[in-house]
Design a protein around this ligand. Structure first.
Ligand code: FAQ
Length: 333
């Protein structure tokens, strides 16, 4: 009321008009979200939507390339040529996923150098799960079964994410993750069906160590998830952290029964009333400790990535020098 009564100069008038224009753009954007349209790179979008996507997609990309490290550690120690070829292909796939995702994030106006700098300086997060060590060969099967299994559960809904470039990248990623999950499960099934007692015990030990960290991958409980509400309203996330975690538990318990392993949770039980499995409390203090940089392998993982970046400096320098030479030649021609 008071502002209407004030006399406005040309600058105030421009700002008011701009605000009205922005409001209209924002309303049109929200309408497109409600209609289930994809938002594309050149479309107008609110700043907060852009920032949320850069945060999530770049952290997802970082998770893929840091995720190469625990398994890469076993390529030279795979027990057979077949297992080695499968693992090599899987780890290469993860590198490819990182590249699609960095490209998708770049469409939002952030450079790859900026994103990698955020990773190397510890400003950006990556999935907590990759800060745990791979102690035996069974860990590789369990990563495929549980970690890729959790990743697929989380990522299939992202194929319907409202941001087109991210959604399209996720379609191919999910197809490959599905192969990853199956190869892990098949490797464990082989050990559980045909293996020695020691091999079976090795599988059970790996399941004991990876089960709870796999449940943590879905992120904090909904009530403690600051980003979920807005991300779900914008159609970036389609299901909440807790919904996805529950779906994962429900899908995984019968698979564990077929494998013949015990999931390390005495409270795990079918609840006919809820039509879901109940499970015990997650140790969120461990989750936040690992996310905060103090997990078993955080320092090792980050220093491996920084070293890879520094070792690759000559490749980037050579590629830049070559591009400059080509540009100079083209300008002179
Ligand atoms: N680890 O408010 P929310 C893979 C952070 S790829 C670390 O719930 P949001 C493939 C979160 O960033 C695995 N940090 O956040 C593979 C936020 O902090 P910020 C990665 C976590 O974004 C397999 C804060 O906590 N997948 O496995 C974690 O709405 C095998 C509050 O959380 C993706 O990135 C965590 N687990 O929901 C590779 C999928 N959880 O950023 C190799 C895409 C939460 O505000 C081998 N991302 N935080 O400082 C997502 O779906 C979401 O970003 C969530 C988190 C669900 C991860």
């Amino acid at each position: 009321m008071y502002t209407q009564a004030m006399s406005v100069g040309p600058q105030d008038e421009a700002r008011r008009l701009q605000t009205a224009e922005e409001q209209a753009r924002n309303a049109a954007f929200e309408q497109r979200i409600d209609d289930g349209d994809f938002i594309e790179a050149k479309d107008w979008m609110p700043d907060h939507y852009r920032k949320t996507l850069v945060r999530q997609i770049s952290q997802h990309a970082h998770s893929e390339i840091v995720g190469m490290l625990p398994e890469g550690n076993w390529i030279t120690r795979a027990p057979t040529l077949k297992r080695k070829a499968i693992l090599l292909a899987k780890v290469q796939d993860e590198g490819g996923h990182g590249l699609y995702l960095y490209s998708a994030a770049e469409t939002l106006g952030t450079s790859r150098d900026q994103m990698l700098d955020a990773l190397h300086t510890g400003k950006a997060k990556y999935s907590s799960i990759f800060n745990y060590p791979t102690l035996t060969w069974a860990d590789i099967g369990v990563i495929g079964w549980l970690v890729d299994g959790a990743a697929i559960m989380n990522q299939v809904p992202l194929c319907r994410c409202s941001y087109g470039p991210y959604a399209r990248a996720m379609i191919r990623i999910c197809r490959e993750e599905s192969f990853h999950q199956r190869q892990g499960y098949e490797s464990l099934l082989t050990m559980m069906r045909d293996g020695t007692d020691a091999q079976k015990a090795m599988v059970q030990d790996a399941v004991n160590r990876w089960w709870w960290p796999s449940l943590m991958m879905f992120g904090p409980a909904d009530k403690d998830s600051p980003n979920s509400e807005q991300s779900m309203r914008w159609g970036i996330k389609r299901l909440s952290n807790d919904e996805l975690r529950q779906k994962f538990v429900d899908a995984t318990v019968p698979q564990a029964e077929i494998l013949g392993v015990t999931l390390p949770d005495p409270q795990l039980a079918w609840n006919a009333e809820r039509d879901h499995y109940d499970f015990g409390p997650i140790d969120w203090s461990e989750f936040w400790r690992v996310v905060g940089g103090d997990g078993p392998c955080n320092r090792e993982r980050l220093s491996a990535r920084v070293k890879a970046w520094e070792d690759g400096a000559w490749v980037r320098d050579a590629a830049l020098a070559h591009a400059q030479k080509r540009a100079t030649q083209a300008a002179a021609a």
